[in-house]
Design a binder for this molecule. Structure first.
Ligand code: 7TS
Length: 422
């Protein structure tokens, strides 16, 4: 007897043991049928799904607590402020920052990077200075620097990657000179999965006198982050890739740097005193939080951090590593499949092409099998250029994915092969 997709989901839920099957049940959206198949969500690098505890926390906030923060003397406003600041403390602990004054709530990794470019970069860089990035960066960690170069006359330098998708650390080191005024590097590449050797890169940059921004958009949900241990100067996080809401993210910055930086945006909350003659600014982190912030988002992010911390990032990382190893082994045996990104140290991402099939066709057929992946250039066009492909298909894993999801991925890829025979 063949079970329907709904029956299959019910059986799965009833037999969920401890671990990934149980965690999966925490995510209501996963319990649905797409094109007649149980949803297999493998687009986690674009955004992760949200556990019920995060969704409930946001609903409870709006039902019980909603008020503007840091300005009302009334009870609701004080409670909203307290909840918002508790969320900041949760973030601080999660990345092991020394102080909550180093945790700035922003819209996402993109805004965090733009803040550093426009505040730190614009006030410090000038013609002749250099900004060093890598060839594997997401456009969010390229374009803000290009804008800054246009504004200041600084030059963007690029450290290349090799055929596996590893950074050429030897060339990175050579590109670091007295002219280098800022280094910006992804912790984990979204197109390749490469985990960069941050400790070494940061040490090299500091030895050359350059501060380092880490784009942690793809890392925070997959590998433990300790900003003090890394000794990075800035670290950018997207809440929505960390099981939290969209529209909330974090910029970590060393207090000494944030203190000395000019505001990024002007408005309410970021000031200490305003007259038409002169305005003095609030202390960090508030100096960088002009206007009413995404209060519900920050509180939701706090709940996401609670959720992830209860399972533990080392446990999540080991689970995702096992899925990636299984998927990589099967990918290597799959006819006509080319893996894009085979770095020594990788996280949760399987990027590939299939001979004779455009990635969009792969994505469409997989979607009909209920398997959601992303196809395209993944906002990392220089990576596509490096490998000589216009696009890749990308499956990206999260804590709720299971071996069955990997089976479904390769089952659906076999259907693609049936349609497009080599
Ligand atoms: N940096 C990296 C490495 C990313 O992967 C992304 C988003 C960003 C920055 C921007 O994050 P945001 O939350 O501010 O948008 N990456 C992807 C992706 O791979 N597919 O969709 C978005």
């Amino acid at each position: 007897m063949k079970l329907s997709a709904r029956e299959l989901l019910a059986v799965r839920a009833a037999h969920a043991g401890p671990g990934p099957e149980r965690w999966r049940e925490d995510f209501p959206i996963l319990n649905q049928v797409v094109h007649g198949q149980p949803l297999v969500y493998l687009d986690n690098a674009a955004t992760t799904q949200k556990p019920k505890s995060v969704i409930d926390r946001e609903v409870r906030y709006y039902e019980n607590l909603n008020a503007n923060v840091h300005r009302g003397i009334h009870d609701l406003s004080q409670r909203a402020t307290e909840a918002y600041e508790i969320a900041r403390e949760k973030v601080r602990r999660f990345v092991n920052a020394a102080s909550t004054s180093e945790i700035v709530f922003v819209r996402g990794a993109t805004e965090a990077i733009n803040l550093v470019a426009q505040s730190y970069g614009r006030s410090r860089l000038q013609a002749g200075d250099e900004i060093l990035v890598t060839e594997m960066e997401h456009h969010s960690n390229i374009v803000p620097w290009q804008l800054l170069c246009g504004q200041t006359g600084a030059t963007l330098r690029v450290a290349p990657i090799d055929e596996a998708g590893d950074l050429r650390v030897d060339v990175f080191e050579k590109l670091l000179t007295a002219r280098t005024k800022l280094v910006a590097v992804a912790h984990v590449s979204n197109a390749l999965g490469t985990i960069n050797p941050l400790r070494r890169l940061i040490d090299l940059a500091h030895a050359a006198g350059a501060p380092v921004l880490i784009d942690g958009a793809q890392a925070a949900a997959h590998v433990p982050v300790d900003v003090q241990d890394l000794d990075c100067d800035f670290y950018a996080v997207s809440g929505h890739k960390l099981y939290g809401p969209t529209g909330i993210g974090v910029l970590y910055g060393k207090a000494t740097l944030l203190d000395a930086m000019p505001p990024y945006q002007g408005g309410g909350e970021m000031i200490s005193r305003v007259t038409f003659a002169e305005t003095s600014y609030n202390a960090i982190p508030f100096k960088f939080e002009a206007g009413t912030p995404n209060i519900a988002g920050a509180i939701g992010l706090g709940a996401a951090i609670d959720y992830v911390s209860a399972i533990g990032l080392p446990t999540i990382a080991a689970h995702e590593r096992a899925l990636l190893d299984d998927a990589t082994r099967r990918a290597r045996l799959f006819p006509g499949l080319r893996l894009i990104g085979t770095a020594r140290d990788k996280a949760a991402i399987l990027s590939f092409t299939l001979d004779g099939v455009h990635p969009h066709e792969i994505g469409t057929i997989l979607d009909h099998e209920g398997v959601a992946i992303r196809t395209g250039h993944h906002c990392a066009m220089p990576v596509m250029d490096h490998f000589g492909v216009p696009a890749t298909a990308r499956a990206s894993f999260a804590l709720y994915n299971t071996r069955e999801d990997v089976d479904a991925l390769f089952g659906a890829l076999a259907k693609v092969r049936e349609v497009f025979r080599p």
